[in-house]
Design a protein around this ligand. Structure first.
Ligand code: AMP
Ligand code: MG
Length: 350
């Protein structure tokens, strides 16, 4: 009787060992397959458009290389359409007329959005500074570095022919009219718009694609790294090109930085940069860089430019911009760093 029992136990033990071993094997297979599935490969495309270096890093179950090319073409399409220096652009067509101009829906929406950002930032963001930007020579700075600064008289005259209050939109007939010889310059928002369009075309091709698109330091996330990990984005120290003052961990959304180091010239030891205060007509003072995280690139781009202009009123930027959807990291002229409480979330490794 006892012998029979011990035989049974032995049999039972063997069965248990078999089950355990099978289970282990299954677990190992699951682990190995999920491990290999979790590391998709990324395709990288580097190119020059939007007046800057662009980098596309994308992974798709469709063809990643072709998708990167589609994204690049979309960035370039938006650049050409809104480049004020290109005589064939829509902006040049509008700028060249004092009469009502019919525009396509995309352009009308972009102008409408630009005017809204101007309103919520009390005019700090202004898409109608073309004459002022030309006067300072920032539109052509890549070809010719200015050798003088404009006179006060010239600035006042350019200010009279600048400003969003002289841009009229006719919502019924989808047309636009510029008054007083005003000229549009969408340089403070076009890059963000191009990045959002890049995101849209990428998702139309493959809604599950991941990666990011970068244009001159501004970034639109397409999806988390390897499907689950955040992309780590260094915020550049405005006075040390290779150093970072913070790291942001993003799985979605966008980040944009406006800095006085991006486009500038120096005369008699004074730096004159490309972000102009629409009230004074001079390069804005107070901040030397403003970084904005938002859930889309248009918001990040427009608010980074506006935040830079409002550098002297950092409290408004840090307290109010989060209400417009932007988290703020500002570096003031003396190096002081100001952050909105909402920015801290993105600085935590996930
Ligand atoms: P960002 O690098 O996004 O801040 O854009 C800077 C560009 O926006 C400049 O090169 C100009 O084309 C344009 N810009 C300059 N000042 C302003 C302003 N106050 N509001 C809107 N756009 C501006
Ligand atoms: Mg901007």
């Amino acid at each position: 009787m006892r012998q029979k029992n011990s035989k049974n136990i032995l049999k039972f033990d063997k069965r248990l060992a078999f089950v355990a071993l099978s289970l282990l094997t299954i677990l190992l297979i699951i682990f190995l397959t999920s491990f290999f599935r979790a590391t998709p490969s990324y395709h990288e495309l580097n190119g020059f458009t939007l007046g800057t270096y662009c980098r596309i890093v994308v992974s798709s179950k469709k063809n990643s290389k072709v998708l990167a090319e589609i994204i690049f073409n979309e960035l370039d399409r938006v650049y050409k359409k809104y480049n004020p220096n290109d005589p064939a652009s829509v902006v040049s067509r509008i700028n060249g007329s004092t009469d009502w101009i019919d525009v396509d829906e995309e352009t009308f929406v972009l102008l409408d959005v630009s005017i809204r950002f101007s309103k919520i930032t009390n005019g700090a963001f202004d898409p109608a500074l073309g004459n002022l930007i030309q006067l300072w020579g920032f539109d052509k700075i890549a070809e010719k570095v200015p050798d003088r600064i404009p006179t006060l008289d010239e600035i006042n005259r350019a200010l009279q022919r600048s400003g969003v209050d002289k841009v009229e939109l006719d919502h019924q007939r989808r047309r636009v009219r510029l008054l007083n010889g005003v000229k549009l310059d969408l340089g403070g928002i076009a890059k963000g718009y191009a990045l959002d369009r890049a995101y849209q075309v990428a998702k139309e091709v493959d809604k599950d694609c991941t990666g990011f698109v970068e244009a001159g330091g501004d970034i639109r996330i397409l999806g988390p790294k390897f499907g689950s990990r955040p992309w780590v984005i260094g915020v550049r120290d405005p006075r040390k090109p290779d150093a970072a003052i913070s790291y942001l961990y993003l799985t979605s959304g966008a980040v944009a930085t406006s800095g006085d180091y991006e486009r500038y010239f120096e005369l008699n030891g004074i730096r004159y940069h490309h972000i102009l205060n629409p009230k004074t007509g001079f390069p804005a003072k107070g901040a030397i860089s403003v970084t904005i995280v938002a859930d889309n690139a248009v918001t990040a781009d427009a608010l980074s430019t506006a935040g830079f202009v409002m550098g002297q009123d950092w409290e408004f930027v840090v307290l109010e911009f989060p209400k417009f959807g932007g988290s703020v990291l500002m570096v003031e002229e003396d190096g002081t760093i100001r952050k909105s409480s909402t920015m801290v979330v993105y600085e935590q490794p996930k």
